[in-house]
Structure formats: structure tokens, C-alpha cells
Design a protein around this ligand. Structure first.
Ligand code: SF4
Length: 354
């Protein structure tokens, strides 16, 4: 019982801290605005939560604002062109999110009259919506009781209760503790309180324990273990894949691009043609006739489960005489670099001045 009273105290203190210190974000309704009867827009909560998966709040804010200028409702998003959404998503990375977002908007348009449902099972059946996003939408947008746990909340819970295993191996334990912290009402406010607290005070490195409003309850602080928690997993070796990328200038002033196959990494996105990405770097088959120069310049990029090294091969062509259904050319001065994924932007930056 004493344990539960302590949990209730932590919850109360964090909510009070949030009402005073919570961040003002473009998709949120601040506690002050909520008092005037303003309620969160489920569409904005959905879009922001998808953008925030693996991307920081500060990086998301400008994208979110631009996104809302283009597509401010489920209906508009469902009528967009998939390639426009993918191009928009290029700077955020993790393109599967952009593709699923579009599929989800279509489904919401077809089956749900352009509304975001608040039933958990229905949400989980939608493309791109997993446990975390469904809980966040239900708690923040609809005020339903949910236990919302993202990577930042995991860190706070691990430190608070001194969980001495890597996060991946403590998911069940973290959920049990978090379930006791999340209140019956205002789960949304509490989720946002924990997120803001994790960002401002219980930061990934150098948490500001001296300003922490719940320091008296923090077991890691009491036992001098703050720096060791969360426990870091043993690093595994990430495999390296290699290949070539063909950066081709077509006279007088064009660049040659291809749209990658819709399946697989960077699927459906524009980029410079590449060979296959393989463990061993094999001599490449050149994709078409051109005046080729092997530059020995290598672009390195890390994906979630492998590192990629592509050597740049510069090509120069007089005209584009071959079947161009596979390739397209763009005028260099009209070229929108931001429509390319990060890997291809790195290629451009390294190749352009060669
Ligand atoms: S005392 Fe430090 S480690 Fe513990 S919850 Fe507060 S900020 Fe985090």
C-alpha cells in the first residue's frame, strides 16, 4: 500500500511540474488552453506521433508545420500523391512511415469517414499504427486511460526504479511500473509530462538530478547508480555492405536519376542509380554507355541494421538516347535536393564538385 501511495505522489508531482513547465508544441493543446475547453485534434496527434518515431521533437516541428500547410486533414492527405508524401518525408528518414501514413489516410477516408477512430483494436489494425502510437492517440487525443511508453519514458522508469537490465530485456518490468504510475484520468497529460520531464530533466546523459522534483523517490539516485542506468546493451557488430553509385551529368546541364523499386530500402524514392549493395565489392556492370570516371570517393551511410559504403562513379553523356522509362533527367538549376533521401544527398554533396 505504501508503495502505491508513493507512486501516486510521483504522479502528482510530475503532473504539477508539467502544468508549470510543459512544452508548447504545435500539435498540442496546452493545459491552459484545455481549461478554456479546447481539445486536441486527433489528426494532428496522429501525424506528430508518426513523425516523432525515431526523430527528435526539434527536427519534427518545422516538418510538422510544413506538412499541415499542405495536408491539414485526413481527406486532403488521402487525396495526395504518394510520391509527394515520400518526397516530403525524405528529410525525416524511415520512409516506410510516409508510405504507411498515406495508406492509413486512404483507409480512414474509405472506411471511417475521414475520422480517426478511438477504439484500440481498430487503431492497431490501421497501417503504420503500433502499440505506442495507438496508446498515444487514445490518451492524448481522446483522453482515454492508456499506459504510453516510448524510449524516453522507458529511461525515466528504469532510473526511477533502478532496473538493472538493458531496456530491451526489461520491457515487461517497465510496463508494470509505468502502469502503476499512469493515473486513471488524464493519461494524456501524464504521458506528455513524462516526455517533457525526460527531455528537460531526466535527460539521456547528464540528468539534472539536483533540479528533479521526484529525486526523493529515485532509487538510482539514492544508490548512486544514475550514470549506469539504463544499462547499455553489449554492442554487436553491424555488417557493412558495399557498391557503386552512378552520378551522371547529361549535357548541357542535367542530372540523371532513377526511381528505386517500390519494395526494399528507400523503396519508391528518387536517387542516383546504384549497383546492388553487397557484402563484397565486386567490379560493377556499368548501367549504360557514358564517359565514366571512378573517383575512389566513398559515401558512408548507416541504416538501422547495416552500414553502407558506395563508391562514386561520375558519368558524362551527350544525350539520353536509351529507353528512359527507367531513368529520368532533371535540369540542374531546378533540382530539389530535399526531395532525395539523405543517402543520395550525401552522394550529391560529394560528387558535384568532382
Ligand atoms: S533523480 Fe535524476 S535520475 Fe532520478 S528521476 Fe530525477 S533526474 Fe532522473
Amino acid at each position: 500500500m505504501a508503495h502505491l501511495i508513493e507512486m501516486a505522489t510521483i504522479t502528482k508531482i510530475l503532473l504539477q511540474w508539467y502544468f508549470k513547465n510543459g512544452r508548447v508544441l504545435p500539435w498540442r493543446v496546452s493545459p491552459k488552453d484545455a481549461e478554456t475547453g479546447k481539445t486536441p485534434d486527433p489528426y494532428k496527434i496522429w501525424i506528430s506521433e508518426v513523425m516523432l518515431q525515431q526523430t527528435t521533437v526539434s527536427a519534427v516541428i518545422p516538418y510538422f508545420e510544413q506538412f499541415m500547410k499542405k495536408w491539414d486533414s485526413v481527406e486532403k492527405l488521402s487525396q495526395a500523391k504518394e510520391n509527394d508524401i515520400l518526397a516530403f518525408w525524405a528529410g525525416l528518414g524511415y520512409y516506410a512511415r510516409g508510405r504507411n501514413l498515406f495508406k492509413c489516410a486512404r483507409e480512414l477516408n474509405n472506411k471511417f469517414d475521414n475520422k480517426i477512430p478511438n477504439d484500440k483494436k481498430t487503431l492497431l489494425d490501421l497501417p503504420g499504427i503500433g502499440e505506442y502510437t495507438a496508446s498515444a492517440i487514445r490518451a492524448i487525443a481522446f483522453g482515454e486511460r492508456e499506459v504510453v511508453i516510448d524510449a524516453n519514458i522507458e529511461r525515466v522508469v528504469c532510473r526511477l526504479f533502478k532496473i538493472e537490465k538493458p531496456i530491451k530485456k526489461s520491457k515487461k518490468e517497465i510496463r508494470e511500473y509505468a502502469s502503476k504510475l499512469f493515473p486513471e484520468f488524464c493519461s494524456g497529460d501524464f504521458a506528455q509530462a513524462l516526455m517533457d520531464f525526460a527531455n528537460a530533466i531526466c535527460r539521456p546523459s547528464k540528468p539534472i538530478c539536483e533540479s528533479c522534483p521526484i529525486s526523493r523517490s529515485c532509487l538510482s539516485l539514492k544508490l548512486g547508480e544514475v550514470e549506469n542506468i539504463p544499462v547499455r546493451p553489449i554492442k554487436r557488430n553491424i555488417p557493412i555492405r558495399k557498391g557503386y553509385v552512378f552520378f551522371t551529368k547529361v549535357k548541357p546541364n542535367k542530372l540523371l536519376l532513377e526511381r528505386r523499386p517500390s519494395e526494399g530500402i528507400l523503396g519508391g524514392l528518387l536517387g542516383f542509380p546504384t549497383t546492388k549493395w553487397e557484402v563484397k565489392k565486386n567490379k560493377p556492370n556499368l548501367p549504360f554507355k557514358a564517359n565514366w570516371t571512378f573517383t575512389k570517393r566513398v559515401v558512408k551511410h548507416q541504416f538501422s541494421h547495416f552500414k553502407l559504403e558506395l563508391e562514386i562513379v561520375i558519368g558524362e553523356k551527350e544525350t539520353l538516347e536509351f529507353d528512359n522509362s527507367k531513368y529520368l533527367t532533371v535540369e540542374h538549376q531546378n533540382f530539389d535536393l530535399m526531395s532525395l533521401p539523405t543517402l543520395m544527398r550525401k552522394v550529391y554533396a560529394k560528387a558535384i564538385n568532382h
